[in-house]
Design a protein around this ligand. Sequence first.
Ligand SMILES: NC(=O)c1ccc[n+]([C@@H]2O[C@H](COP(=O)([O-])OP(=O)(O)OC[C@H]3O[C@@H](n4cnc5c(N)ncnc54)[C@H](OP(=O)(O)O)[C@@H]3O)[C@@H](O)[C@H]2O)c1
Length: 229
Amino acid sequence: MSGSKKIIVLGGAGDVGEGIVRQLRQAGHHVGVPSRSQSKLDALERVTAGSGKLTGAVGAIDDPALANDMATRMGPVDMIVASIGSWWSGPPLIDVSVDDFNSVLAGSLTAHYTAARAFLPLVRGRDGGQYVFINGGAARMPIPHSGLVSISAAAQEMLKSVLAQEHSKDPISISTLMLFSMVKTRSRPDGPPEWLSADDVGRQITHMLDHAPQTGATITLAKPSDIPA
Ligand SMILES: NC(=O)c1ccc[n+]([C@@H]2O[C@H](COP(=O)([O-])OP(=O)(O)OC[C@H]3O[C@@H](n4cnc5c(N)ncnc54)[C@H](OP(=O)(O)O)[C@@H]3O)[C@@H](O)[C@H]2O)c1
């Protein structure tokens, strides 16, 4: 695949997603973003302006009707990027309530699962199509007082691996882009130069559009110089 492509970024109106959307649009690609909030989509249009079009859609990422509607509006989709879920800190695991446990996993692991159910069908028959999970280094590092993030992230890795095996006969790549860094974003712009920025993540995704990882792979990114030129 080359030239202008069509990418749906789930969580594209979030902190990391915004940099992905901006880099893709600035490279001339057509980007679709579902969000529960029209005002977030309006802001996204302003802060990611580029030659590539932005198609926003208000709705939930677990809704197959929303996914199909976006594909109808955009045309055949080349890549789905899932940048879903937020950081959580709290008490040691043993003191976390079951309600909080279920609620945090619902907003991260379950959200990734239900999003894949709704959006993976858009690319599964597309030659060269991709589904990319954004994940964090917490998947491999136990982080005290953020244990629910580590548990969810580790399980998200296995979700990717099982999906990749179950779709090994489809002509697509299902992969993870795992970020071993805090990410500098519009809401948290300051940080040391070795931290990744949301736009660095977007540059890596833009590179992956033409360099699809082997299905099942996990690409790690720890610092800006890891991004291929
Ligand atoms: N920020 C960092 O420093 C950092 C570091 C390493 C890895 N990461 C990874 O980057 C990804 C995104 O993080 P972020 O910091 O950009 O988070 P964020 O700002 O909270 O954005 C998360 C996005 O997920 C979307 N979302 C849609 N449905 C959801 C649901 N049911 N539950 C929860 N979220 C839902 C939200 O969309 P709407 O509200 O628009 O509907 C939101 O825009 C995560 O996978 C995280 O592990 C982040």
